[in-house]
Design a protein around this ligand. Structure first.
Ligand SMILES: *Cc1c(COP(=O)(O)O)cnc(C)c1O
Length: 481
């Protein structure tokens, strides 16, 4: 047995690299990261998948060890080279991510120490650090101290948490589902419909409330729908507002919706996965006024706070509602002396137990750069969107949508001779092929629409200038001028 033990130890020795090798690996990884970051400004926003990428990963997993330089080659050619490149300043598609370097360092440190963050007892420091983030964001929103939150993996899971919390707060059970009504709009993110289904609420009635010409939910239309449903003996339950919508950045009239929710006793959830972080700057805060009256809010730090992917945040104004939804001891805990419990465990406010220490990546970035840097960057994005909107409005080539509520601008190539849809489609394809910038398209009221979303931390005025130049040049080409 002793012999076998010794043999097994030798065979598994590569699991514990010694100090010299650790240093070597770290150096190689850091060199790779530097090469990647230095190449960013020259990279296309999108590189289609290809055979070379597939071949790079063809080896699969092996019994024997492989050296790091060889693996970094695989990562470079098989992973990092293809697909959308959200990390560049000239990426304007979908909702851009950033992946701040500070965040990468946080992930490295969190993984090395592997703090257990599910239960406060196991990782009190890690839990305290994450609670700082929740408390800080809740205060920025204007929530009371009783607010509670959950650092999720993203907005979709945050929305699911909000819906589960609202379901429990209203005691919805299978027999009451068919009478319960949810109010949303055509601009609501698809993760809401998915969350309703996952939460066992596929049978509730869903009303798509009309939007105004700027794609904001109409409070008047909502009021009318609510009245009709009450008269029909139904039970209005939940309003899902967007702030801002993924397609257009439109912010629903939060104060008006909060008035209705209050008067009619509905839960108001604000999906601010994209726009929530803008409360950190003054113009954004003004535009999001009323958000503090929502019962729950989802904000994605991996969008508006530029964190690496896998960082979402659910905030619930009445923290007891969130704990009731998730803590299995909730019934007795609500009567417990809260002051005696110094720290709420993340597993009491989340479906997760063991999970990554995802707070460190955000905390480290906020501390290393300072919150002020984030406020400035967010205000910059709002201003850049206005800059782009004004430039395009002044161009004879383009027609623009309404002045942006946040940092997404919608526009169309003017096509005097008709064929609007195919020419606009041709422009998107030309832009994506050209590679100097990346943007994506959508459909608004059935109309094919171009959109420029500004949210990457590395996007500055020269990138927006590049977008204007590229679009004008390729727009003319598409029109055959
Ligand atoms: C991005 C987004 C989501 C989904 O968030 P993930 O982090 O991708 O899961 C939900 N709602 C809105 C408004 C979004 O922009």
């Amino acid at each position: 047995m002793q012999e076998r033990l010794e043999a097994l130890r030798q065979m598994s020795a590569r699991l514990e690299p010694e100090a010299g090798l650790r240093k070597e690996w770290l150096g190689l990884a850091a060199d790779y990261a530097e090469r990647f970051l230095e190449s960013l400004s020259g990279r296309h926003g999108y590189v289609p998948d290809d055979r070379a990428a597939e071949t790079a990963l063809a080896d699969g997993l092996r019994e024997e060890a492989t050296d790091l330089p060889e693996l970094l080659e695989i990562i470079e050619h098989g992973v990092d080279r293809v697909g959308v490149n959200e990390s560049t300043g000239h990426f304007f598609g979908f909702i851009p991510g950033s992946g701040l370097y500070h965040g990468a360092l946080g992930d490295y440190l969190a993984a090395v120490s592997n703090r257990y963050v599910g239960v406060a007892y196991a990782g009190p420091g890690a839990v305290r650090l994450e609670r700082q983030l929740i408390t800080w964001m809740a205060r920025e929103i204007g929530y009371p101290d009783a607010a509670e939150g959950d650092l999720t993996s993203g907005g979709s899971l945050g929305n699911l948490g909000a819906i589960v919390t609202a379901r429990e707060a209203y005691g919805l059970r299978s027999r009451s589902l068919r009478d319960a009504v949810v109010y949303l709009s055509a601009q609501t993110h698809h993760s809401i419909a998915k969350a309703l289904r996952i939460a066992g609420l596929g049978d509730v009635r869903v009303r798509e409330v009309a939007v105004d010409e700027r794609h904001r939910m109409s409070a008047h239309a909502l009021e009318a729908e609510l009245g009709r449903d009450r008269d029909a003996g139904l039970r209005p339950w939940l309003i899902v507002a967007s702030a801002g919508a993924t397609d257009t950045g439109a912010i629903d009239p939060l104060a008006g919706l909060a008035d209705l929710a209050q008067r009619e006793n509905l839960w108001l959830h604000v999906d601010a996965a994209y726009g929530g972080a803008f409360v950190l700057c003054e113009p954004g805060r003004r535009r999001l006024a009323g958000i503090e009256r929502a019962h729950s809010i989802v904000i994605d730090p991996h969008k508006g706070l530029f964190a690496p992917f896998g960082t979402g945040l659910l905030l619930v104004r009445d923290g007891r509602a969130l704990r009731r939804a998730y803590a299995y001891e909730a019934d007795y805990m609500q009567d417990a002396d809260r002051a005696g419990l110094e720290l709420v465990s993340p597993s009491e406010t989340s479906p997760e137990l063991t999970r990554p220490f995802r707070g460190l990546r955000l905390w480290l970035a906020l501390r290393l750069a300072g919150v002020g840097a984030f406020r400035a960057a967010l205000e910059e994005k709002l201003l850049l969107a206005r800059y782009f909107h004004e430039a395009l409005a002044a161009s004879p080539l383009f027609e623009v949508g309404a002045e942006p509520d946040l940092s997404i601008v919608t526009f169309w190539l003017r096509t005097p001779l008709g064929d609007e849809e195919s020419l606009n489609e041709a422009l998107v394809e030309a832009v994506q092929r050209d590679g100097r910038i990346y943007l994506s398209s959508t459909r608004l009221n059935g109309r094919f629409t171009l959109r420029l979303a500004i949210l990457n931390a590395r996007t500055h005025v020269e990138h927006v200038e590049r977008a204007i130049t590229t679009l004008s040049e390729l727009g003319r080409k598409v029109l055959g001028r």
